[in-house]
Ligand binder design. Structure first.
Ligand code: X8Z
Ligand code: ZN
Length: 568
């Protein structure tokens, strides 16, 4: 095990440098380097994990057993035994990632738009024709991915089977200190706990969209057209807050406008995020963070803009890679990314296989927990707004947050529901698109902007599919973050409605979070959760408690109207 940790740490570092070079400057040479380094790491990990199977039946100390499992799970798409196929898999991974990064919609050869441009259109346009064009235009980047994705699935399954898993989905669901079946059941349990809240929000938003765009945009099935949600995938709806805000309530402030008015640039946005973490007693980011991070889209080269946080060398080489826009959405995302960096720094001293979070949902939840503390009271403290809205503004504040968090959950679930079926073979390649849209209808209660066929490959137009990043982690994170937040608010002695709590400046809250983060992946996740919250279970009551006043209000608004939709 010591030898495995040493060799994978070195190969992992090489792979991180190559991948950073590729993602911040996509070209033939950097793709070659990234593919080569990924291949070296994956092949070594597969070899070691395969050898380690001989210890499967031994009774080992808990620590060592955990490390052996981490060794098997270290590559999310494990290399098959044949070296030629290993190389083919690594090359496919890099190609899919860079193809997404380079993706452009060219309505005419002279007019090509990147994802940032198209997302801006979805955020701000209220013209249905323009919205549909941007929505379907982005989906022109992914049909070429289809055959390669199919091959990627085959090869990755071979690698997983060689390690004793049924398929790659089985491997992904093996990292949660319970069986894969129990994990799926946990997600369904949480989903049903939150469903009434989602349905109430969905019904309310649907009506307001009808008010805006006319009643014929919604058919008898009650499904919302995805391109009208202000987001490319309908995964969060905060960009259409202006359309759905409660007319009778006091309008709350517009954070995007306040950022612009206060002359925030990209760097200042990140400094503001850092300021929250340091207020909790955590150290400032290292000087190299500012030298090596990529904060804006470069004009002279292709990059992967999807936001990510890195610890390239595990020695304070923290960086983020992001194409920041001055708006409220990116303000939250910056806190999310810095949460990853602070987590990485906290577990730096752990042995290689324990340098990770308790499970992947924890890593995604940390920064979001901080961002929940970005309350009007906090924004006033840092000078972004002049006046804190009174209690009469509560519904609007909650509505705004629900458009971000509650709206997300069905999407957070469906992405991996799709992949689990793809990896297991339940969904055949000939039905990739059909299966995707069936899940969108079932969970999101949405429909595509226009007719979709198997000529297209719409899952490939969402970063995490070509980027091969598991997605259930974000669903979990949305549950965990409210558990963390509720516990910390209790610790700082907050009274009053939960959503008005900010633990900004509280060193005790910072210590509690950091102590949990410093455990890394060394203990089963319920232990880490307990350290931070006193609870050992995933529990959606915290998110439900947060939104309880909004739920009452939504139910009133929806009285006498239909709630729900027909998915079939
Ligand atoms: O991918 C991300 C982060 C990087 S880990 C920006 N998120 C998901 C997404 O964008 O789809 C954060 C929320 C969900
Ligand atoms: Zn993240």
């Amino acid at each position: 095990m010591d030898k495995a940790e040493t060799s994978l740490e070195a190969l992992g570092r090489r792979s991180a440098f190559s991948s950073w070079a590729m993602q911040t400057n996509i070209n033939y040479s950097t793709e070659w380097l990234a593919g080569d380094a990924d291949n070296a790491y994956s092949a070594e990990a597969a070899k070691l994990a395969h050898e380690a199977r001989k210890y499967d039946k031994l009774k080992l100390p808990a620590d060592l057993k955990r490390k052996f499992l981490a060794l098997k799970l270290t590559v999310t798409s494990p290399a098959p035994p044949d070296p030629k196929e290993q190389k083919e898999l690594s090359d496919a991974k890099v190609w899919l990632d860079s193809t997404y990064g380079k993706g452009k919609y060219c309505a005419t050869p002279e007019k090509c738009q990147t994802l940032d441009d198209l997302e801006e259109t979805l955020r701000s346009s209220r013209n249905p024709t323009v919205l549909l064009d941007a929505w379907q235009g982005w989906r022109t980047i992914s049909p070429p991915m289809r055959p390669r994705y199919q091959r990627f699935v085959e090869l990755s399954n071979k690698g997983s089977q060689d390690l004793g898993f049924k398929d790659t989905a089985d491997l992904w669901r093996s990292g949660y200190d319970m069986t894969p079946e129990q994990f799926s059941a946990e997600l369904d349990r949480l989903d049903s706990q939150m469903k009434p809240l989602y349905e109430a929000l969905h019904a309310y938003v649907r009506r307001r969209l009808q008010d805006k765009y006319g009643s014929d945009i919604i058919g008898a099935d009650g499904l919302i057209p995805q391109q009208l949600t202000g987001n490319m995938w309908g995964q969060s709806w905060e960009n259409i807050y202006d359309l759905v805000k409660a007319p009778s309530q006091t309008p709350s402030f517009d954070l995007t406008k306040r950022l612009v008015a206060n002359k925030y640039d990209e760097k200042k946005m990140v400094e503001a995020g850092e300021g929250f973490f340091t207020s909790l007693g955590l150290e400032k980011l290292p000087a190299t963070f500012w030298e090596r991070s990529m904060l804006t889209r470069p004009r002279d080269r292709e990059v992967v803009c999807h936001a990510s946080a890195w610890d390239v060398e595990n020695s304070q080489d923290l960086r983020i890679k992001m194409c920041i826009k001055i708006n409220a959405e990116d303000y939250v995302t910056i806190h999310h990314e810095l949460g990853h960096n602070y987590y990485q720094r906290a577990y730096e001293k752990q042995p290689y296989f324990f340098r990770g979070s308790a499970n992947d949902g924890f890593h995604e939840a940390l920064g979001d927990t901080i961002a929940l503390s970005v309350t009007p009271e906090y924004l006033k403290q840092v000078g972004l707004i002049d006046k804190v809205p009174g209690a009469e503004g509560d519904i609007d504040l909650l509505l705004q947050k629900a458009l971000e968090k509650v709206a997300f959950q069905p999407f957070g679930l469906l992405v991996d529901k799709w992949r689990w079926d793809v990896f297991s073979g339940k969904t055949k390649p000939a039905d990739y698109n059909k299966a995707w849209w069936a899940l969108v209808r079932k969970y999101q209660g949405m429909k595509p902007g226009n007719e979709r066929t198997e000529e297209q490959f719409d899952p490939g137009a969402k970063y995490h599919i070509p980027g091969n990043t598991p997605y259930a982690r974000y669903f979990l994170a949305n549950v965990y973050q409210f558990q963390f937040y509720r516990a910390l608010c209790k610790q700082v002695g907050h009274t009053g409605p939960l959503h008005r709590c900010s633990f900004y400046g509280d060193k005790g809250a910072g210590k509690r979070l950091n102590d949990m983060m410093a455990m890394g992946a060394s203990r089963p996740w319920p232990d880490a959760l307990e350290a931070a919250t006193g609870q050992r279970e995933l529990d959606a009551t915290a998110i439900l408690e947060y939104f309880a006043p909004l739920k009452v209000w939504l139910d009133e608004q929806n009285k006498g109207r239909s709630v729900g939709w027909k998915a079939e």
